[in-house]
Design a protein around this ligand. Structure first.
Ligand code: ZN
Length: 258
């Protein structure tokens, strides 16, 4: 889904909603669908274009400071000016960024990183994303790829390659997908009893819940999957010396057990 939110200029969330992400046809419909939904919401609330300071969009791919996206594999998108295209559809000011980077900006403005100048934000969802804030500003790097914590190599090999083409990325372990895949491997490799046996479909939430109940196999699974993330965060500590880390995304709801 595409998640949308209406905020006032103090950063208070006034309303949130979501629309389906239609990835058929190289995701051609996604931006027009977003624009339609935004305009519909403004219409419902009788808001005029002049009342809107701007629209921000985060996309799952590298985005540079000009708002150009260098491809989003999961959506079927190639290189495009995300900022300009949405601006044309809406006729309002638009800013665009990488999804994890804009999440980091949000956390720094009104969330878990509020008040910190140097912070690393990690999102654990279907994939692993990251954003680095240094001196209160997001670090983009030369191509908008800085902070891609999900694709740091862990040295722990995997049979299948990551979407990025490499092998053993943090994403292949610490994402919801990685956790489920690891649990399936462990279930195949040994015969000890586990709350996870026979669960179909197996989800990351189920694995975290079973670990909380002391299930040995689920605990082993989280140990295997979170250790690479811990190591990657240690690399960041040595590189950027942040005040702290904010861990968000669906998987983070499991809390301390991670
Ligand atoms: Zn990767």
């Amino acid at each position: 889904t595409v998640k949308l939110g209406l905020f006032n200029t103090s950063g208070d969330l006034m309303e949130k909603w979501e629309i389906p992400t239609v990835t058929e046809d190289d995701g051609k419909a996604i931006l027009p669908d977003c624009a339609k939904s935004i305009l519909k919401k403004m219409d419902e609330r009788k808001m005029d274009r002049t009342e809107v300071v701007g629209v921000g969009i985060g996309a799952p791919g590298p985005v540079d400071s000009e708002g150009t996206l260098y491809g989003a594999v999961n959506l079927g998108w190639g290189t495009m000016s995300l900022k300009k295209e949405l601006q044309t559809l809406l006729n309002m000011p638009v800013e665009a960024g990488n999804d994890a980077n804009v999440a980091a900006l949000g956390e720094a403005w009104q969330g878990g990183a509020k008040g910190y100048e140097d912070v690393v934000v990690v999102t654990l969802g279907t994939g692993v994303g990251g954003g680095i804030i240094l001196d209160g500003k997001i670090l983009l790097g030369a191509h908008g790829i800085a902070g891609e914590i999900g694709h740091i190599g862990t040295g722990k090999s995997k049979k299948n390659r990551c979407n990025c083409g490499n092998e053993g990325c943090v994403d292949q372990w610490a994402s919801a997908t990685g956790i489920v895949n690891r649990a399936k491997e462990l279930l195949r490799e040994n015969s000890e009893p586990s709350l996870l046996r026979g669960k179909e479909p197996l989800t990351a939430k189920e694995i975290c819940d079973s670990a909380k109940e002391g299930d040995k196999l689920a605990l082993q699974c989280l140990e295997d999957c979170m250790e690479p993330l811990g190591k990657a965060l240690a690399y960041f500590s040595h590189s950027f010396d942040p005040d702290g880390y904010v861990i968000g995304g669906g998987v983070s709801r499991a809390g301390e057990i991670l």
